[in-house]
Design a protein around this ligand. Structure first.
Ligand SMILES: C[S@@+](CC[C@H](N)C(=O)[O-])C[C@H]1O[C@@H](n2cnc3c(N)ncnc32)[C@H](O)[C@@H]1O
Length: 296
């Protein structure tokens, strides 16, 4: 099961009102949306987006008895404006983005998102994998060493990026890299021994970086959040939960620029982070940051 992060803080921060039109850009298992519906006794219209169809099925099951009016949209949230437009929605009261992956995607998608499972190295969130779909297998087997090092450093903030890129290229010259465990082996071969026993698994940052490149994640976040902000009604709020510094920087900058325009105010000057109790109970929450903005 997916444990929703910063749920109380998000619900409070959205200042929900009965009758709100709410967009959940990242439905996942429906945890946040369920709580929103509960808070408003079902008096809410919810548009739930997710790129992953299985997530929408889980969310629908979770929300079915809440009384909320729901619409499930199988789409990247970067297309929020166009997809809502098709449904004749041009204004929304609240928007929520809880970025990253949900636990079932890591554990059961079979797509190679987790370095703890030996699976084919796809890492794509695309519904169907066709020969045209970019996968992590394409990235590690065909991208140049320098390019690999740049994305591992740029998206993963991995200090051993150059060594890891070289190890990937050395490995693929011997044999095509097709599985997560092959990639983990290349990473382990590249990094110093001390790094193998650090706080986080040595493959964490490289996996994150490759996943972000495969799914073109950062541009989608900028686009989706910017468009959601523009669709907000006066007094409308947008809450975003990020899980690493690059995502948080994007949100901080998008919010700051909007606040400078004078038509939005920051509800959170500093991001809200989970309590010690929450991180203890849910290690996935440890790097979460919540930022909220209001249209005035
Ligand atoms: C952390 S989970 C959300 C969990 C949810 N808030 C809950 O409480 O159950 C993030 C979800 O966002 C989806 N997602 C990530 N990037 C996306 C994008 N660009 N467009 C649409 N969905 C995306 C993932 O497929 C995943 O299901």
């Amino acid at each position: 099961m997916h444990k929703s992060v910063l749920i109380t803080e998000t619900i409070e921060g959205l200042a929900l009102k009965k009758g709100d039109v709410v967009v959940d850009g990242t439905a996942g298992s429906g945890g946040h949306s369920f709580q929103i519906a509960k808070e408003l006794d079902g008096n809410v219209k919810l548009y739930l987006f997710d790129m992953d169809e299985d997530a929408l099925i889980r969310a629908e099951e979770k929300l079915k008895d809440t009384g909320a009016i729901t619409e499930y949209v199988h789409s990247n949230f970067k297309d929020i404006k166009a997809r809502l437009g098709k449904l004749s929605v041009t204004a929304i009261d609240k928007a929520l983005f809880d970025l990253g992956l949900s636990s079932p995607q890591l554990d059961t998608s079979g797509r190679g998102f987790s370095f703890l499972r030996d699976e084919p190295l796809y890492m794509t969130m695309a519904r169907d994998i066709t020969p045209e779909t970019l996968t992590a297998m394409d990235v590690v087997n065909t991208w140049g060493e320098e390019n690999l090092a740049d994305i591992i450093y740029g998206f993963g903030e991995e200090r051993y990026s150059r060594r890891i890129a070289k190890a990937i290229v050395d490995m693929r010259m011997r044999k095509k890299i097709e599985s997560t465990f092959q990639l983990v082996e290349a990473i382990k071969n590249a990094v110093p021994k001390s790094y193998l026993h650090g706080k986080i698994h040595p493959a964490t940052k490289t996996f994150q970086a490759i996943r972000m490149a495969v799914n073109n994640e950062l541009p989608s976040i900028t686009q989706g959040v910017t468009d959601a902000l523009e669709m907000l009604t006066k007094g409308g709020r947008c809450a975003v939960i990020t899980f690493h510094s690059l995502e948080d920087r994007i949100i901080k900058n998008v919010f700051r620029d909007k606040a400078k325009e004078g038509t939005y105010i920051l509800v959170t000057k500093k991001p809200i982070i989970p309590s010690k109790e929450e991180t203890k109970e849910n290690p996935r929450a440890r790097s979460a940051k919540l930022r909220i903005i209001e249209k005035i």
